[in-house]
Design a protein around this ligand. Structure first.
Ligand code: C2O
Length: 483
């Protein structure tokens, strides 16, 4: 910025608006490819430079042995720091990319991959599945290390609709909850103190889908995107996260308007990052809440901001929620093995409290929890969760039985051993299944005394290929709550 200039607000654009199947190479995308190549080359020339491609990815989670002095394994998942931490990480990365672009970098901003709003855009953007740049040199945005089982994203096969759905995330009115038995809230559950990778509660619905589901559908059984330590080595990681960051802004502007937390434990939390000079830089959550004023960027196509007055009412609304009541659980582990279906039957008790029992007010909300999940590696496929699916029924995400998707992104880290505060918290998913219960009730397929939960891969067997022999996942507990 020249002296006297107004601060520039850079616009992060939809990559599908910049590059099409026939014309993939917009200057913004080509600039990204060149800068990524320069960061990859830096890793060979100056391995200790924190701005190199591998060292940037290590900030998320290290892959392989630890390197002394390097910033490693900082990513925040499964809690209310998920969104602000990734926002900081992306913003610093964007500055580093810009530093490679000379004058053309002045208004360069990271594009986002919006896979949700147009079914044609569920394909990996073309510049990422093209092996060469227009000048014939090799394209740094391309990697072979992606899903080869299905969808084969490098071949242009689209992600599944259930992997990119924002319905559950956008239905959340509250950013962060700590109410036992419910969902975590849009941005993830409250946690204090800070945990290493994830908190004790469930991940927020946005983090589950589309976030985790897209990671696993792009990465598949052996690709980079499917695990914490390698995800940021795939150049599409950064556009996926730009989209998640954009969805946070879309959510805040929804009607009725939704508010970020006002708790000082959230606002004052600080994280170490690496700036474009390679130095460590600390950022706090309250430094990154207004993207235009504090960070100098916005997104193309955002709805108008919500009026500020209404936000105050919403902050008040997040307090004093009553805990949900558990009405049934199975603690027999459920084992998911490749393409096979697995089932758990939960005996349900009548809720003790009159409101939960539906005796006063309207029907209670029902929540399904999938917890204590362990496994050595990500199986690389998505499992749909179905309620009361008969053994002969097809597992179809369009059926009234469908309750959500689990992708197990991060399972290899969350299943590790550790002591005390360093002990990883195992993956935990929570779904608001009130609509499913209502639909099943209307169809006469609801039993107040028991509930079956079926896990089945979201793709047909014939398309699963090598994923049919995927690593197993063990679910320690399935439980049902009402509120
Ligand atoms: Cu920290 Cu999408 O991952």
């Amino acid at each position: 910025m020249k002296e006297g200039d107004m601060p520039t607000i850079r616009v992060r654009q939809d990559i599908w608006e910049l590059g099409t199947e026939t014309e993939p190479w917009h200057p913004v995308i080509e600039g990204y490819a060149k800068a990524v190549r320069a960061m990859m080359d830096l890793a060979g020339q100056t391995p200790g430079d924190p701005r190199s491609w591998v060292n940037q990815a290590a900030i998320h989670e290290r892959n392989g042995p630890s390197v002394f002095g390097r910033l490693e394994a900082q990513c925040q998942h499964g809690c209310w720091f998920f969104l602000p931490w990734h926002r900081m990480y992306l913003w610093q990365f964007e500055q580093i990319i810009r530093s490679h672009l000379g004058g053309a970098g002045d208004d360069w901003a990271l594009p986002y991959w919006n896979y949700s709003d147009n079914p044609d855009h569920r394909k990996l953007p073309p510049a990422f599945r093209t092996e060469t740049l227009p000048d014939g040199s090799s394209n740094a945005l391309y990697t072979e290390d992606r899903n080869t089982a299905g969808p084969r994203v490098n071949a242009g096969e689209p992600l599944d609709g259930v992997a990119v759905s924002v319905t559950d995330a956008m239905a959340e009115q509250v950013f962060a909850r700590s109410t036992p038995g419910t969902t975590a809230g849009f941005g993830g559950g409250r946690t204090n103190p800070l945990f290493h990778h994830s908190a004790a509660g469930p991940a927020g619905p946005l983090e589950i889908t589309p976030h985790g589901s897209v990671h696993v559908q792009v990465g598949g059984p052996n690709g980079l995107m499917a695990s914490f330590g390698t995800a940021a080595l795939d150049p599409i990681f950064w556009l996926h996260h730009a989209n998640i960051d954009r969805l946070w802004e879309v959510w805040r502007r929804a009607q009725p308007p939704r508010a970020n937390p006002a708790d000082s434990a959230w606002l004052s939390m600080g994280f170490d990052l690496i700036d474009e000079t390679g130095a460590r830089a600390k950022m706090q959550v309250n430094d990154v809440l207004d993207t235009a004023a504090q960070l100098g960027y916005t997104y193309a196509g955002l709805p108008a901001p919500a009026p500020a007055a209404a936000e105050k009412e919403l902050i008040a609304m997040t307090d004093g929620e009553r805990p949900a009541e558990m009405i049934g659980a199975v603690e027999e582990p459920v084992v998911l093995a490749g393409a096979a279906r697995a089932k758990a039957s939960v005996k349900l008790a009548a809720p003790r409290r009159p409101r939960e029992a539906g005796l006063i007010d309207s029907a209670p909300a029902t929540y399904l929890h999938i917890e204590d999940v362990v496994g050595e590696a990500n199986p690389g496929l998505l499992y749909g969760i179905y309620v009361n699916l008969a053994d002969g029924d097809e597992a179809n995400p369009d059926s009234p039985h469908f309750a959500g998707t689990v992708s197990f992104f991060g399972i290899e880290v969350a299943s590790g051993e550790g002591e005390g505060e360093e002990a990883p918290h195992r993956l935990h998913y929570a779904f608001n299944i009130s609509n499913v219960v209502e639909r099943l009730r209307a169809e006469g397929r609801w039993d107040p005394n028991s509930l079956d939960v079926t896990f089945a891969p979201v793709r047909g067997l014939e398309r699963l290929g090598q994923a049919a022999a995927a690593p197993t996942v063990q679910i320690g507990r399935v439980s049902v709550y009402v509120q």
